[in-house]
Design a protein around this ligand. Sequence first.
Ligand SMILES: NC(=O)c1ccc[n+]([C@@H]2O[C@H](COP(=O)([O-])OP(=O)(O)OC[C@H]3O[C@@H](n4cnc5c(N)ncnc54)[C@H](OP(=O)(O)O)[C@@H]3O)[C@@H](O)[C@H]2O)c1
Length: 300
Amino acid sequence: MKALIHDPSASHGIRLADAPDPLPGPGQVLVENQAISLNYGELRNIAGNTPGTVPGWDSAGIVVRGASDGSGPPAGSRVVTFGWGGAWGALRAVDTAELAIVPDTVESGAASTLPVAAVTALRALRDLGGVIGRRILVTGASGGVGRFAVQLAARAGAHVIASVGSPERAEGLAALGAHQLVTGLHGVQAPLHGILDNVAGPQLAAAFALLAPGATAEWIGTVSGQAIPLDTPHKMSQGRLNAFFLGDLLGEDLSYLLTLLEHGNLDPQIAWRSTWHDVAAAADALFARRINGKAVLDVK
Ligand SMILES: NC(=O)c1ccc[n+]([C@@H]2O[C@H](COP(=O)([O-])OP(=O)(O)OC[C@H]3O[C@@H](n4cnc5c(N)ncnc54)[C@H](OP(=O)(O)O)[C@@H]3O)[C@@H](O)[C@H]2O)c1
């Protein structure tokens, strides 16, 4: 099959090449991919893959062979899929617990944006507990996780404070439900009742100091590349810092998010789209902070 494989000598460590077809295990379906969405983490950590293997976490396509153990959807079903590798091939073997059937009115590119970014936003928001009427800060709000976090927190009844790196990166966030747009933490006041943080570094430490006693900061990502200096006086906020990890078994959450997409209650925020021949240009744009949401590659 054709696939984007890891090649340390290629631009961003990725090259379109021939690769062996995947062999599904008993609890896996074989999917012909139509679209993949890119994530900061898989691109940033591409060197962690063995050269020649097929990386990638998110894809959507059509089941071409059902699972031999009888689990999951039959051939012909359109699905969105997740796994810690193998998404960037024309074919993907995927666990039946890591997929969901895509409604007819949701196109595959939109569905492909959901696994890592939207399920992360959903699960991190859940970890905060009830947020109705609560002041929730979302940092890195302009990005993939951030734009889903803003929408889901607003939908859950929170007062959403969306933090971006520069004013132009806030474009569209008010329409997604953000009540306050800030650059960095400029103008953010205590108390915060929860934080969904994608940036880490000194900014997270400063935000942590604004937490109400007992409130939680979900440390999702470290796009700043900086450690979190959580020394006094930040510790004195009496908040809780949780190192978030997405985990697995995404199927049920994907089904829920697809329902939101289907009824127009969630927007995938596709800000960049082309075929998978243009993966290097997509990675350039992502690392240059030029993508206001998700980048999608059509598999063709
Ligand atoms: N723990 C987990 O299980 C988990 C799951 C999913 C994602 N993540 C992590 O969450 C983070 C966000 O992922 P994503 O897919 O949403 O990434 P993304 O789409 O690239 O968005 C990240 C946002 O962070 C900001 N940013 C980028 N570089 C920055 C820098 N050097 N300093 C400060 N801000 C910067 C950008 O916004 P501005 O330009 O507005 O600053 C950008 O919109 C990543 O670190 C990712 O690895 C973790």
